[in-house]
Design a protein around this ligand. Structure first.
Ligand code: 3AM
Length: 182
C-alpha cells in the first residue's frame, strides 16, 4: 500500500494578525468552544485531503505555477462571528470581505488539483479561530464582533501545508512557501 499524506493549500498569517485573532477568539468563553492554537491559524485556499505521498512533487509544482499567475492582494476583515451558517454555527471565524482575486485563486487551485468540478458557490475568505466541541451543548447568543477600525490581511504568499490529525488539535506544518509574483 502506498503511503498517503494529508495536505492543504493556505496563506500563512503575519504574527501580529495571529496574535490579534487569538486574543479576539479568547473573548468567547464557553465550555463547547475550543480555540485553534495560534500556530495553526491560516487562510485556507483549497483542502486537498489524503493523497499518495508520491503526488507531493506535482502538487508543489502546480502551486508554484499558480503563485506565479497571481499578484499579492489585500483582504479586509468584515467580522469575527459564529459560522459558517449563522443559524447552525460550528465554529468561530474571522470572515473577510469577498474578494475577486481570492475567489479566482481558490477556484484555480481547486480546478488544477482536483478531479471534482469546481464549487459553484463563492469560496469565503476566512480564518477559523475556534471550533465547537460536539460533546457539549451548542453555545447560543454569541455576539458577532465588527471592528470599527480597519483590519487587513495582505496575501503575498501561499503555501503547501501538511496536516497530521491529532487530539485535541491537528498539527499543521508548512512544507513549502510560494510568493505571489504574477
Ligand atoms: O480554514 P479552515 O479551518 O476552514 O476545516 C479544515 C481547515 O479549514 C479544512 O481544511 C483546512 C485545513 O485542515 N478541511 C478539513 N477537512 C476537510 C474536508 N474533508 C476540509 N475541507 C473540506 N473537506
Amino acid at each position: 500500500m502506498s503511503q498517503t499524506t494529508r495536505l492543504f493549500i493556505a496563506a500563512p498569517l503575519p504574527e501580529e494578525l495571529k496574535k490579534y485573532f487569538s486574543e479576539q477568539a479568547g473573548r468567547y468563553k464557553h465550555e463547547a468552544i475550543r480555540q485553534v492554537p495560534i500556530d495553526n491559524l491560516h487562510l485556507t485556499l483549497y483542502f486537498i485531503g489524503n493523497v499518495p505521498a508520491s503526488q507531493l512533487d506535482t502538487i508543489q509544482d502546480v502551486t508554484a505555477h499558480m503563485a506565479q499567475q497571481f499578484a499579492p492582494f489585500t483582504l479586509q476583515l468584515e467580522a469575527i462571528e459564529p459560522g459558517p451558517k449563522p443559524r447552525s454555527p460550528r465554529l468561530i471565524w474571522a470572515r473577510f470581505k469577498s474578494h475577486d482575486v481570492f475567489a479566482q485563486l481558490s477556484r484555480s487551485l481547486t480546478q488544477a488539483l482536483s478531479a471534482e468540478p469546481p464549487l459553484s458557490r463563492e469560496p469565503k475568505p476566512h480564518v477559523t479561530l475556534a471550533r465547537f466541541r460536539k460533546d457539549r451543548p451548542v453555545p447560543h447568543n454569541l455576539e458577532p464582533f465588527h471592528p470599527h477600525y480597519p483590519v487587513t490581511l495582505e496575501v503575498n504568499e501561499i503555501a503547501v501545508w501538511h496536516s497530521e490529525l491529532g487530539s485535541p488539535h491537528p498539527r499543521y506544518s508548512i512544507l513549502q512557501r510560494y510568493p505571489l509574483t504574477g
